[in-house]
Design a binder for this molecule. Structure first.
Ligand code: UD1
Ligand code: UDP
Length: 381
C-alpha cells in the first residue's frame, strides 16, 4: 500500500486539500497521513473542525508575528524529522505558502516524490504576492506532479520549460469545497443557524441589509499601503451610510492593529474575527459585492455570482479578470474609489458579470487529481 503524506499549514490549504484528502480516503489503495505544520493556529483549527479532519501530526510552529526565515527554518527541521519517521511514497502539498514550500524542499532533499496542487500560478513579479510567487516557483522545480487548475497555469509552466508529461489540468479544488459546503447552505435550518451565529458575533443584525464583504491580509501591503487603503475604506463607508461593510479581520497583528485603529469606530463597519468556512460562504452568498486581496475568494465568488474588487497590484488569477467578474484595483485609493462606484452602479443595474463558465473548474478537480495519482504512483514508485 502506498503512503501519501499530506502537509498543510494555513486556512486556505485546509479548504483546498480537504476534497482531495476525502477522495484519497475513498480509495483503499493509499495510506494517508495528515500533518499540519501549525503555521496557522486558530484559523487552521476553525477549518479542520468544519471539515472534521483528523490530523495525525501537529508540528505547532506558529509564533505571534512570525518572520519568514524562522518560520521556514522551523518547518524544514520538523518536516525533515517527520519524513525520516514516516518515509512516505508521495508528499502532497497545495498552493504557495511557506508550509508548502518548506515541505516540498524537505521532501526533495529526501528524494521523495512531490505532487503540487494549484501549480503554475504566476504574477511574474517576485515581490507580489510576496513571498508566494517565489515559493510556488521553487515548488514547481521539485514537483513530479503539477496539477494546474487552468490552461493558463499550464502555459506558465510550459513557458518555464517544464515537461508537459508532468502537468495536468484539473480545475481548482476550491470549487469542489465550495460546492460541497453550498449544499449545507441550501438547508434553511442550517442557514438560519449560521445567520444567528454571525449576527450574535457581530452584536447586531445586518444580513438582510445591503453589505460589502471585505478581507485583506497580503504581506506586500503592510505598512503605508494598508493604512492608505483602510483610510479610503473608512471614507467610502462614511459616504455610503446606507451600506454596511463587513470585515472578518485576519489575525496577523500587521493587519489587525491598523484595522482596529482606523475602522473600529466607523459606525457602519462591522469588524469580525476570522469566521469559519460555512459562515464565510454564507456571508459571501448574501453580500452585495466583495473587496479582497485573497486568492481563494477570487475563485469562490464565481459560485455565488458576486463580483470582486481585487486589492492587489498584480494577479496570478487573470482568468477571473478575463471572465469579467474581477477588477484589479492595485493599491491606489483613487482607483479603488473609482472601481467601488463602478461595481456598485453595475450591481444596482442588475448587470450580469457571470455570462462565461467558471474558469476555475466544475467541482471535479479532486476526482481528477486522485485518478492521476492512482495511475501514476503505481507505475513510478
Ligand atoms: C499565510 C500565507 C499566505 C496565505 C495566508 C492565508 C505564507 C508566507 N503566507 O499568510 O500565502 O495567503 O496564510 O491566510 O505562507 N496568526 C494567528 N493565528 C492564526 C494565524 C495567524 O495569530 O491562526 C497570526 C500570527 O501572529 C502569525 C501571523 O498571523 O505570526 C502571520 O501568519 P503567517 O502564516 O506567517 O502569514 P499569513 O499572512 O497568515
Ligand atoms: N475564509 C474563511 N473565513 C474568513 C475569511 C476567509 O473561511 O474569515 C476563507 C475563504 O472562503 C477562502 C480562504 O479562507 O477559501 C481564503 O483564505 P485567505 O484569504 O486567508 O488566503 P488566500 O486564499 O489568499 O491564500
Amino acid at each position: 500500500m502506498k503512503k501519501i503524506l499530506v502537509v498543510f499549514g494555513t486556512r486556505p490549504e485546509v479548504i483546498k486539500l480537504t476534497p482531495v484528502i476525502n477522495e484519497l480516503k475513498r480509495n483503499s489503495k493509499f495510506k494517508i497521513v495528515l500533518c499540519s505544520t501549525g503555521q496557522h493556529k486558530e484559523m487552521l483549527k476553525q477549518m479542520s473542525n468544519i471539515f472534521k479532519l483528523k490530523i495525525n501530526y501537529d508540528l505547532d510552529i506558529m509564533t505571534r508575528n512570525q518572520n519568514l526565515n524562522n518560520l521556514t527554518a522551523d518547518a524544514l527541521k520538523k518536516i525533515d524529522l517527520l519524513l525520516q519517521k514516516e518515509k512516505p511514497d508521495l508528499l502532497l502539498v497545495q498552493g504557495d505558502t511557506t508550509t508548502a514550500f518548506a515541505a516540498s524542499l524537505a521532501a526533495f532533499y529526501h528524494k521523495i516524490k512531490i505532487a503540487h496542487i494549484e501549480a503554475g500560478l504566476r504574477s511574474n513579479n517576485i515581490y507580489s504576492p510576496f513571498p508566494e510567487e517565489v515559493n510556488r516557483k521553487i515548488i514547481s522545480l521539485v514537483a513530479d506532479f503539477n496539477f494546474a487548475p487552468t490552461q493558463l497555469a499550464k502555459q506558465n509552466l510550459l513557458k518555464e520549460g517544464f515537461n508537459s508529461n508532468k502537468i495536468w489540468i484539473t480545475g481548482n479544488t476550491v470549487i469542489d469545497a465550495v460546492l460541497e459546503i453550498k449544499k449545507k447552505l441550501n438547508n434553511v435550518f442550517i442557514s438560519n443557524k449560521i445567520k444567528k451565529k454571525i449576527e450574535s458575533e457581530a452584536k447586531q443584525k445586518f444580513i438582510s441589509d445591503k453589505y460589502i464583504l471585505i478581507t485583506m491580509h497580503r504581506r506586500e501591503k503592510f505598512g503605508e499601503d494598508l493604512k492608505m487603503i483602510l483610510i479610503l475604506l473608512k471614507e467610502l463607508a462614511e459616504e455610503n451610510s446606507e451600506y454596511k461593510f463587513v470585515y472578518p479581520v485576519h489575525l496577523n497583528p500587521n493587519v489587525k492593529n491598523p484595522v482596529n485603529e482606523i475602522l473600529q469606530k466607523v459606525k457602519n463597519f462591522i469588524l469580525l474575527p476570522p469566521v469559519d468556512y460555512l459562515s464565510f460562504l454564507f456571508l459571501m452568498q448574501n453580500c452585495r459585492f466583495i473587496i479582497s486581496d485573497s486568492g481563494g475568494v477570487q475563485e469562490e465568488c464565481f459560485v455565488f455570482k458576486k463580483p470582486i474588487m481585487v486589492l492587489r497590484k498584480t494577479t496570478e488569477r487573470n482568468e477571473a479578470i478575463d471572465a469579467g467578474y474581477a477588477f484589479l484595483a492595485g493599491h491606489s485609493p483613487k482607483k479603488i474609489r473609482k472601481l467601488f462606484y463602478l461595481i456598485d452602479e453595475k450591481v444596482s443595474k442588475g448587470f450580469n458579470f457571470f455570462n462565461k463558465k467558471n474558469p476555475f473548474g466544475d467541482g471535479k478537480a479532486s476526482q481528477k487529481i486522485v485518478k492521476i495519482i492512482k495511475n501514476k504512483l503505481a507505475n513510478t514508485v
